[in-house]
Every structure is written in structure tokens, then in C-alpha cells.
Design a protein around this ligand. Sequence first.
Ligand code: FES
Length: 162
Amino acid sequence: MGVNPRRDSGAAAADPVQRRRMLAWLSSVGLFGSAVLSAFSNFVFIKPRATYGTPQRFSIGKPDDYPAGTRIAMEARRICVVREGDKIAAISTTCTHLGCIVGLSETGFACPCHGSRFDTDGHVTGGPAPRALPWYQVTLAPNGEIEVDKDAEVEPGSYLSV
Ligand code: FES
């Protein structure tokens, strides 16, 4: 006398409590899964993927790249690297009048837009510029490279000894 399979399946199908529990569990899993997916997609949507502007802290190479007595303008970075003996500094080349890039001149810096002039330390010597060119913080990274931080202005004449 074996078990009648028709009778067993009929008994399970007839148990409405077990079927309701199974449906409730499946619904819960579906709701939870969709909530997690929704939260993840909202997070991905809100989190910005773009970077705005160029980094303000960057490396400009080793101190040996700048022989003593050099003034090297880096137009893309808008700075001028000044090396005097064993000291190094970075001066902004963005004109304090309306933001043009100043060029190097024999007496310091000259703005091609409206004629502002600055001495070698960035102090205004002529033209409409309202204030001196800022100096930026220069540090030596652990790998021996010079780092400039354009978010950190320092007093004019603040050199890094290298
Ligand atoms: S932007 Fe340099 S003088 Fe006007």
C-alpha cells in the first residue's frame, strides 16, 4: 500500500495557509529587492561623476628641474616657478585686474590685456591691477617632488628650502 500522489498534492493545494505564507514571502522578497535596487539607482544618480575644474594641488617635478636663478611660467597651471639658490616658490600668473595670464618681463610680470605691471615678487608697479599676484604654498612630497597648492596662499617672499 503506497502513498497516493494525487491525494498528497491535493492536500497541499488545499492548504491555503501554507500557500499564503509562500506568496507573502515571495512578495516581501520582491518588495525588498526593488527597494534596494531603487535606493542604489538613486545613489548612483545623485552622486556626481564629473570633476569640476583642474585640481588645485599638483606636482611640478623635482627641484633639480629648476636650476638656480630660473623663472619658469607654466601657462596651463597659471603659475610661475621661481628658484633662487636653494629656495623655490610659486607665484600666480593670473592678473588681479580681470584674470588675464600675465607674461614674464625683464622687470617681473606684464599683463597683455590692460597693461598692468608687476615686479619679480608680484607687487603692482603700474596699471589697473588692484593687488599683487598671490604666492602659493609649495611643499616637498615624500617622493621628492615639489607640490603646489593653489588653494593655499602664502605671504609673498615665502620660499621653500630644497
Ligand atoms: S586683466 Fe591684466 S590688466 Fe586687465
